[in-house]
Design a protein around this ligand. Structure first.
Ligand SMILES: Cc1cc2nc3c(=O)[nH]c(=O)nc-3n(C[C@H](O)[C@H](O)[C@H](O)COP(=O)(O)OP(=O)(O)OC[C@H]3O[C@@H](n4cnc5c(N)ncnc54)[C@H](O)[C@@H]3O)c2cc1C
Ligand code: FES
Length: 330
């Protein structure tokens, strides 16, 4: 099962007493996600705004400002952080690096963060998978597809941005296995974070990155920092299923258990689910549904699962093929 809420977050209020670490936290809650979380469970909203305050664990404008989501998860409220760099990796593809010690210390592979524009006309956050972490620097890689991402692409080092995270569940990397990280297009960031985490744990030899691109292989160099086994492909040659088919004998002969982690367009992930289930290979998929709030209150992001309708932002974004009923996909 994908990891649910990460217990380390619960320590946040004690560990992170400096508002400065997260940038400015408004004394009048103006930057506080509670203002936007109108549907947040009563216990959550009250706990985060008043209960925690009574206990000395919450100090908008002074100390830490933890949020409780559905009574299960704690994290600092929306806060402002500095931008370290903004670079074009490819035409229309941007790498944005922020300095955020909390996210850097707590994010697990496949978790995401909400980035907020400073444009009052665009109140909803934009969710992005966390890509790489170096010290207290956290990077995101995104495509410019609309007004929000266009605004982010125009930011510069030294500018500031509002952020909330880390959010969502993470990949389960507990199994001793060979991990095939199968990504398409802008689905690769969470897989890069998985590669970085496995590398950090000294499990580099267990990682094969299989990335499918339209044209330029913009993320190969990044994931290449964490594994030598990068087998990418672009549309001139085929797609990620082409690569998996080519690996068929190699996988059958190897003694390692195989686990596939995947993120990308839904048709690609469904094709991978079918391919893997015919070979009894377990899969974990990072869904990138259209989102509103990003933390469980607006119900924009629901998907059907065998356990009923689930919120991708809170119950996911990681789901198995079984949970999604994708095992019979062709
Ligand atoms: C968990 C998660 C992780 C993601 N990680 C990445 C990533 O690493 N790189 C990347 O390029 N993209 C990623 N996306 C998609 C990214 O959030 C959207 O491309 C982005 O929000 C579009 O914003 P926009 O203002 O430019 O576009 P617009 O279309 O103008 O956005 C309008 C509204 O729709 C929402 N929205 C639009 N598209 C999406 C989408 N695909 N998913 C969720 N909300 C959407 C926006 O948040 C915004 O509220 C991720 C989405 C999710 C849910
Ligand atoms: S995005 Fe609001 S509930 Fe998931």
């Amino acid at each position: 099962m994908p990891n649910q809420f990460i217990p380390t977050r619960i320590k946040a209020s004690n560990e992170d007493s400096s508002a400065e670490r997260y940038g400015h936290m408004s004394p009048n809650h103006e930057n506080c996600p509670h203002n936007e979380i109108s549907g947040l469970s009563v216990s959550a909203r009250d706990a985060s705004c008043s209960e925690a305050s009574r206990q000395g664990g919450l100090a908008h404008g002074g100390g830490s400002s933890d949020v409780v989501i559905d009574g299960a998860s704690y994290l600092p409220s929306r806060h402002t952080v500095p931008i370290v760099s903004v670079d074009m990796l490819d035409e229309g593809v941007v790498q944005l690096v922020i300095r955020d010690r909390y996210i850097a210390e707590h994010a697990q592979p496949a978790q995401f963060a909400n980035l907020y524009t400073h444009d009052g006309l665009r109140l909803m956050p934009r969710p992005f998978g966390i890509c790489e972490i170096h010290g207290d620097e956290v990077s995101f890689v995104f495509a410019i597809v609309g007004a929000g991402t266009a605004q982010f692409s125009r930011l510069k080092a030294g500018d500031r941005i509002d952020v909330l995270g880390p959010l969502g569940t993470s990949f389960d990397l507990d199994a001793s296995a060979r991990y095939l990280l199968v990504g398409g297009g802008l689905g690769v960031p969470p897989l890069i974070q998985a590669a970085q985490e496995l590398h950090r744990e000294g499990r580099t030899e267990q990682v094969t990155a299989i990335f499918g691109y339209r044209r330029n292989h913009f993320a190969d160099a990044i994931v290449g920092r964490y594994t030598e086994d990068v087998r990418s492909i672009d549309e001139t040659e085929g797609n990620v299923i082409t690569v998996l088919d080519r690996m068929e004998d190699e996988l059958a002969q190897g003694s390692d258990r195989i686990v596939i982690l995947s993120c990308g367009p839904t048709p690609m992930m469904k094709a991978i689910a079918g391919w893997a289930s015919r070979r009894s290979i377990p899969t974990q998929f990072n869904l990138e549904e259209r989102m509103g709030c990003g933390y469980g209150t607006c119900v924009v992001c629901v998907v059907d699962t065998i356990h009923g309708r689930k919120k991708v932002c809170l119950d996911g974004p990681v789901f198995t093929a079984q949970e999604l009923g994708w095992e019979d996909e062709k």
